[in-house]
Design a protein around this ligand. Sequence first.
Ligand code: PRP
Length: 206
Amino acid sequence: MKPVLALTKGRVEKQFIQFLQERDFDVAPLLDKGRKLQVETDQFFAFFAKGIDVATYVEHGIADLGIVGEDILMEIQPDVFDLLPLPFGKCRFAVAGEPHSNKAFGKQKIATKYPNITTNYFRKQGKSVDIVKLEGSVELAPLLGLADDIVDLVETGNTLKENGLVVKEEMFSITARCIANRNSLKLKKAMLYPLIDSFKIEEVVR
Ligand code: PRP
């Protein structure tokens, strides 16, 4: 028996593979997977999904562990065990928009992939905003007049810059996280803990 890991596709996936490489894991099957969605390494079975689905697979016990952005955990609050932060997937939430746009009257309209995070953030400031939920390329919304501003993740800042937008308010920082299915953690302790321990940041001494 090997642990089953749900991995977030895309940027987090690349950074996770590099993280494993630094810990001398066998990453060849992950690197050579082509379009395959499931692979087996010496240490675990892995499958690749969108972040939001990683949380769902872990919640339902299909995967024992998941590697997912903290943004997903904050937005959908899945019923999983949030085990530990990982030293990658570092980015920040920000309110961004066109440089000189300032809404003088009426409610601010915010486009975002994260309606819950956005609502909570503004609620804590005592502000009520209108939210337009988008699935991606959120930067388009202020440019095309769909919203006044956006709430989104900023990593390098390139997407904002190349689209003429600026950060108006820094919100908070996040990282990737290792999550676990609640039952797996109880029932498969002996199998999961060595792997979880090897993900702990302090483990690497160089
Ligand atoms: C994310 C985020 C920004 C961009 C920020 O989108 O929503 O658009 O990355 O990264 P940067 O600061 O390094 O430019 P993603 O690439 O996941 O695509 P999406 O817009 O389709 O969600």
